[in-house]
Design a protein around this ligand. Structure first.
Ligand code: BGC
Length: 768
């Protein structure tokens, strides 16, 4: 699909109307503002292929599990972010004929996602009985008042004279395509429609979340405000206001729809109508232009702090901005009850729930581009789920406070229901432990350990201790029956990455125990009491595992083995596959995939990337050269890790190829699935491949370190980083790197291997 969207540095543009691409474009042009988000469905009726999607952060439905063979330990339900009542709808009629792009002649069509100012715009011309009308529809979800959405829908007649009607509505009759039992997830509570003010209030079944949506409109003809007769319509699941006007050739009618969207997560349900109305009326009073202005000012500020500028490569520039834009509009970090689903607000897949993606791929992004509290909130989210993680482990037969965090969750309960992942893909526990380390070493906030972190680490370490067993044959501890990050192998023994995460967590927990005992003895005693921790006995067991855990290794090739049996497999390379067979997960049987050596996503390489300071250049390169050709990158989480490692070991072309693959994964639809939604969580990985990969950023000796390696074709690269109260700007060109200390006090860093002092307001340089 490469080339479908026009490559512009600040916008994604589609020219021409392509009904076959509609669902893909609905994903690409999605909007969000942290509290709500939606696919780019049309405002007017559309009877062609379309996946309706309008989502509210933190509002979900527990869809009863559906599996062929029930296994003990499966969760009762799969939490799904649900398609919420449709508030964007505006039916448009021209002389009584409903506008529907599926049925009428569309002469030209252009849509643009403007990332600089955060809006979606469609412009098209259609022909009605030989007469032409031009439409321009723009909408945004306010980043400033994130309970407000606004649509400006303009109809200009070229040579048509006749009646034009607009029917703005809120429709509660919505479904999820992925509903397990074709159930309605919402029940209607109340609809009220008056002249120019209509509400719809609905409640999710079972979970009882309530949303109250309220709409108002303004209508202008050639910039004059009109107040036409309103036809009010109200059903139990639908409210609308219908207005008509006479349009002459050359005239333009502009319809503005304002909506407030409230949920019971943030409002008392008894007061939602009134509060929704107040919030809406304030917005209407301010008016479209002022609302847009304050909204785009938030984007301006976001870009001022988080933009990455790539000179000399528009595809790469557009790619990174698309990723940053999506991340910033999905999660703002203000609410510790929220997290980030793999598809954000852009589709139903993955249920909008939390995965290990957050800890492994997003924490690094937020650590460097947002205030400290944002990453802290993401960590606290897991702390609050600790008791559930302990219950979860208990269900699987673990005890004494061992914690297994869920593979997929909304509220801490496991929602995933495939045994090979739910029970076996346990490396996620390691990512949660590692995120605590990553956060504290980056921010220096070691109080977090005594306050929250240590308790989580104890629970996870207890789990690892119980999950391994002693093998008399090997004279080692082994970890049997696991699935590593590479989900194309299940139920394997001694996945190197999982074993590495386990033994690292145990060592780190020992370190943190010592540190907390020393720094906060009171807090340590409390934790001991709360967790029933027995220092001598438990840490003795952990040390034994650290010393004697088995790590599969191939002596001849000098590589860490993904799992004990990996070399028994027929060794084939991804490049040997016939391109028509790719992606293999859409073309091969599952059985064939499981038996092949092809790797879905970074696995051993994920470990080498995570613990890079432990592996020298040769070890990294040998493992990369072995695993990269065997990797098909059919998880979005894969190419970014390969890109970073390729940069580290001096393979710039590979690093660049993998960078394009990660940053343009959705724009060029590498895995043929963008119609399902965007890969939001891997977008943090794209950011890492620029900053950690090409920018060469690491933490070394407790300092930020930069060793840039910019791709050949780029003329320049610059980005900003928050670090311990400083805002640093890194600018790289072909011959040098410059680091400016824009905000904050004096600091020290490593630049191309040398320690430098960087005083407040000053800059340092190094030649490349
Ligand atoms: C990947 C997982 C990931 C999930 C959600 C899967 O395809 O294999 O590692 O957590 O997608 O992004």
């Amino acid at each position: 699909m490469n080339g479908h969207y026009i490559k512009e540095p600040w916008s994604i543009i589609e020219e021409g109307f392509h009904p076959g691409m509609q669902e893909a474009s609905e994903s690409i042009f999605s909007l969000g503002n942290g509290l709500m988000g939606q696919r780019a469905n049309f405002e007017e009726r559309y009877t062609g292929e379309s996946l309706q999607g309008n989502y509210l952060a933190g509002v979900y439905y527990p869809d009863k599990t559906r599996v062929g063979w029930w296994k003990n330990g499966y969760p009762e339900y799969f939490a799904k972010v649900l398609n919420a009542p449709n508030w964007i709808g505006i039916d448009v009629e021209i002389d009584g004929v409903q506008l529907d792009l599926h049925k009428c002649e569309v002469v030209d069509f252009r849509r643009e996602l403007n990332m600089q100012q955060g809006y979606l715009e469609r412009r098209f011309t259609f022909v009605n009985k030989g007469k032409k009308l031009h439409i321009s529809a723009r909408r945004f979800l306010s980043m400033k008042r994130n309970e407000i959405g606004v649509i400006r829908y303009a109809v200009k007649s070229e040579d048509f004279s006749g009646t034009l009607s607009f029917t703005p509505y809120i429709d509660g009759n919505v479904v999820n395509r992925d509903s397990n039992y074709d159930e309605q997830f919402w029940e209607m509570m109340d609809t009220r429609s008056g002249k120019n003010l209509a509400h719809l209030k609905a409640r999710t079944r079972k979970t009882g979340f309530i949303t109250c949506m309220t709409m108002a409109y303004q209508l202008c003809l050639d910039e004059k405000i009109l107040g036409p007769e309103v036809e009010v319509s109200e059903r139990s699941d639908y409210v609308s206001n219908r207005v008509s006007l006479e349009l002459e050739a050359g005239q333009e009618a502009v319809f503005l729809k304002y909506v407030s969207v409230l949920t019971s997560l943030n409002h008392d349900q008894e007061k939602m109508h009134e509060e929704g109305e107040v919030i809406l009326q304030e917005a209407v009073k301010l008016g479209y232009a002022a609302l847009f202005q304050e909204h785009s000012a938030v984007w301006e500020n976001n870009w001022a702090h988080s933009d990455i500028i790539i000179e000399g490569d528009t595809a790469a520039q557009q790619g990174i901005r698309f990723n940053i834009f999506q991340l910033k509009q999905t999660y703002t970090g203000r609410d510790e009850r929220l997290n980030i689903g793999p598809k954000g607000f852009t589709g139903e897949k993955y249920g909008g729930s939390t995965y290990w993606d957050t800890e492994a791929y997003l924490i690094p992004f937020y650590l460097s581009t947002a205030p400290e509290e944002v990453s802290r909130n993401l960590l606290v989210y897991r702390y609050k789920h600790l008791q559930k993680a302990i219950e979860n482990a208990k269900k699987l037969g673990f005890n004494q406070g061992a914690a297994l965090y869920p593979m997929v969750t909304m509220n801490g309960e496991e929602c995933h229901n495939e045994w090979e992942i739910t029970f076996e893909e346990i490396h996620r526990n390691g990512a949660i432990a590692y995120a605590i380390y990553n956060y504290t070493r980056y921010t220096g906030d070691s109080d977090y350990l005594a306050e929250y972190g240590l308790e989580v680490l104890i629970g996870i370490s207890r789990f690892w201790r119980q999950r391994v067993n002693w093998s008399d044959v090997r004279g080692k501890y082994v970890m049997l029956g696991v699935t590593g990050p590479n989900e194309y192998e299940n139920n394997v023994n001694n996945n190197w990455y999982t074993n590495k995460m386990a033994s690292w967590t145990l060592s780190y927990t020992l370190e943190v125990l010592e540190a907390v005992m020393e720094s906060s003895p009171g807090a340590y005693d409390e934790i001991k009491k709360r967790t029933g921790f027995n220092f001598k006995e438990e840490t003795g067991g952990w040390k034994d595992v650290i010393e004697h855990l088995h790590f599969p290794y191939d002596e001849k090739k000098g590589v860490f083995l993904q799992q004990d049996g990996y070399m028994d497999k027929k060794q084939i390379m991804a490049d040997d596959l016939d391109p028509v067979e790719r992606p293999i997960n859409q073309n091969w049987s599952w059985d064939r995939i499981l038996r092949s050596c092809l790797i879905k996503q970074a696995d051993v390489l994920q470990g080498i990337y995570t613990f890079e300071e432990e592996y020298d250049h040769e070890v990294t390169k040998r493992n990369f050269d072995f695993y990269e050709p065997r990797t098909v990158h059919e998880s979005s989480l894969s190419p970014c890790v390969h890109s970073i490692l390729a940069s580290r070991i001096g393979m710039p072309e590979k690093a660049y190829e993998m960078y394009l693959r990660t940053s343009r994964l959705d724009l060029d639809d590498y895995n043929n699935e963008v119609n399902e939604g965007l890969h939001i969580t891997s977008m943090g990985g794209t950011w890492m491949s620029v900053v950690y990969g090409f920018g060469g950023m690491k933490i070394r000796e407790g300092m930020l370190s930069f060793e840039p390696r910019m791709p050949e074709g780029w003329k320049g690269l610059s980005f900003k980083i928050y670090h311990r109260g400083c805002t640093l700007k890194v600018s790289i060109d072909k011959s040098k790197v410059k680091i400016e200390n824009l905000v904050g006090g004096d600091t020290e860093l490593l630049l191309c291997g040398s320690k430098v002092e960087l005083k407040a307001g000053r800059m340092v340089f190094a030649d490349l």
